[in-house]
Design a protein around this ligand. Structure first.
Ligand SMILES: Nc1ncnc2c1ncn2[C@@H]1O[C@H](COP(=O)(O)OP(=O)(O)OP(=O)(O)O)[C@@H](O)[C@H]1O
Length: 346
């Protein structure tokens, strides 16, 4: 039998996100990026669809179909469904699940129990070796920050359910923080506002589109309206409504301030000589949530440092995990500095 350490072992990086699951296969790049959603048939518990297929069933599926979102705040909320989802995704991404070395990103705030659940799901899906890496460290690697240089590098990853911040220098982690709050909390804030202000409810897809097309982290220059149809809370009838960009800015601002507080607290804990580097080189924003209009400008205004939005911010973490798993020996100090590595020895 071939050794699991044989050169044939395939390196895989997985970003098991609250909203999106992404897979990076060494030599091929990002081969999978679909919603972390699973549909099952309630009568026989069989899998109906995963990813895009399951998302297209949202609010249109018969009662016998149950929709699952197995990840919450960047960690496993439903172990069985996560394991099924991972197994299915891996079978789509690689020809054989033999000899897989898999690394997964986890938020700094994940508990040991939560980390163990990820590890077990990865092993059950077929991995022979499994590793965990801090999501923010992966984000920094995914945007090619010079993490080994004697300079302070700061990255902020805003996902759907979590925000991760890290300051790295000389191949180690100086500060790493995360909060169970991300871009999905902007959607929740918008939903609450529409209920309270306009007595109206609408579906998740509409709220998401409203946030992306008309939401903003800074006061918009042009106060455009977003027109949508919802159901009145008082009479249950469908009605038209419009919400202004300036209203969405106010509503999103509340959860956004908590994210800024986390970043400020990370900066406050940073030694002065590294803070000076960050003042000079700036902060890199990654994650799908960082794509909200005006995010760079808000961070720059509030923190008083240069801020750059990464190219393809939502791919930074999975690409970084791909780098970390391939170069795990060289990068061991960074990975170990971030999290304990769980490794099953055979
Ligand atoms: N153009 C955009 N403007 C605003 N928000 C966006 C945009 N594109 C994506 N998003 C938001 O990004 C979030 C998903 O980001 P990402 O894929 O990085 O999260 P995730 O990895 O699934 O979550 P987590 O890291 O918290 O587990 C969603 O909430 C989505 O609404």
């Amino acid at each position: 039998m071939a050794s699991i350490f044989s050169p044939l072992t395939k390196n895989i990086g997985i970003d098991l996100g609250t909203c999106t699951t992404q897979v990076y296969v060494e030599g091929r790049g990002v081969v999978f990026s679909e919603p972390s959603i699973v549909a099952t048939d309630e009568r026989n518990r069989k899998l109906v669809a995963i990813g895009n297929g399951a998302e297209s069933m949202l609010s249109k599926s018969p009662e016998t179909v149950k929709i699952h979102r197995p990840l919450l705040n960047g960690v496993v909320a439903d172990y069985g469904v996560t394991r099924t989802m991972l197994g299915y995704i891996l079978s789509k991404c690689v020809r054989s699940v033999q000899r897989l070395r898999i690394m997964v990103g986890v938020p700094a705030a994940a508990s040991n129990v939560e980390k163990r659940a990820v590890m077990e799901a990865v092993y059950q899906a077929g991995a022979k070796e499994a590793y965990l890496v801090d999501t923010a460290v992966a984000a920094a690697m995914g945007v090619n920050m010079p993490v080994y240089d004697p300079v302070g590098n700061m990255v902020v990853n805003i996902g759907g359910g979590t925000t991760n911040v890290a300051i790295l220098s000389l191949g180690g982690i100086v500060v790493s923080k995360s909060i169970h709050l991300g871009s999905l909390d902007f959607n929740e804030a918008i939903k609450d506002y529409l209920r309270g202000q306009y007595d109206i409810v609408t579906d998740d897809m509409t709220i998401e589109e409203m946030k992306i097309t008309n939401g903003s982290a800074v006061l918009p220059l042009e106060d455009r309206g977003y027109y949508f149809t919802g159901r009145g809370l008082d009479d249950g009838l469908l009605k038209e409504c419009a919400v202004q960009a300036s209203e969405l800015y106010q509503v999103i601002g509340r959860p956004l301030m908590k994210i800024l507080d986390l970043v400020r607290s990370a900066l406050q804990e940073t030694p002065p000589e590294l803070s000076a580097d960050i003042m000079e080189h700036g902060v890199v924003l990654t994650g799908g949530g960082a794509k909200l209009k005006g995010m760079e400008q808000l961070f720059s205004q509030e923190l008083g440092v240069p801020v750059v939005l990464a190219a393809e911010p939502d791919l930074a973490v999975v690409r970084g995990i791909g780098v970390a798993v391939a170069e795990r020996e060289k990068l061991a100090p960074v990975i170990e500095g971030a999290q304990r590595i769980y490794r099953r020895r055979f």
